[in-house]
Design a protein around this ligand. Sequence first.
Ligand code: 2AM
Ligand code: CA
Length: 259
Amino acid sequence: MKLLEDMKKVALECGNIMLSASSDELSVETKTGCRDLVTKYDVAVQNYAVSALHEMYPDAKFFCEEGTDKDELKEGLVFVIDPIDGTANFAWDMHHSCVSIGCFKDGVPYAGAVYAPYTDEMFTGAVGHGAYFNDKPMHVTDLPLRDTIVLFGTAPYNAELWDETFRKAKDILPKCMDLRRYGAAALDLCYLAAGRAGLFFEEILALWDFAAGLVILNEAGGVAMRLDGSPLPLTGEKTNIIAGTEKTIAESGFMNGTL
Ligand code: 2AM
Ligand code: CA
């Protein structure tokens, strides 16, 4: 599929820009507080992705994390881009970050490419075309929750959500193999799609965190929704999220109030 091949090419080059950062060069700036780090690389990666995709798709619009590229999502092709997901990992030289490029078509997620440059892992998917890890088909796990790892995010910029986050984390630990908090939500969704983990939850995410991962996960046989079971908002507002398989989500107890 040409669109996905183009998105992959751009994601690969974005990854190369990330890899070009050396640890002493990572000049950390604060955006809305010390937990919200933005480096010149977020901006450089986004500028590259936007200009490359604009050249290929002159009519397409953009909805991106950095700056003001936040077009309407309802019509035509809209690229939804998180230039560096796992910004804190990147700024602190922990090699677990990715570029996430989603594409909406007429208001709904249509394709996604998530590239983790440190491990050279490319996760892709497009509606009706399946999900792929480094060009090989991938699928969610069919194991029960108790035999899987659960991923979660800590909503690091929202202190009011920490009690609920850790209440859920503590309650779910006995129901699974173990917990991991890796710090890049787009990759968490791709890990589910690749069958590496059984469940993921976080109390707040932005559209650019999950737009690409949602398509990839759905195409791999997984599901994602709000923590009350309703569909994820696709209009750009922030949301909480639970993702996994029908089975692991049911077993989590999140939906029937046992958690
Ligand atoms: P970031 O790395 O681009 O900041 C960490 O918990 C994960 O969730 C990361 O993917 C982070 O994205 C995202 N995240 C956490 N809190 C967020 C918020 N308030 N808004 C948007 N994304 C958030
Ligand atoms: Ca992000």
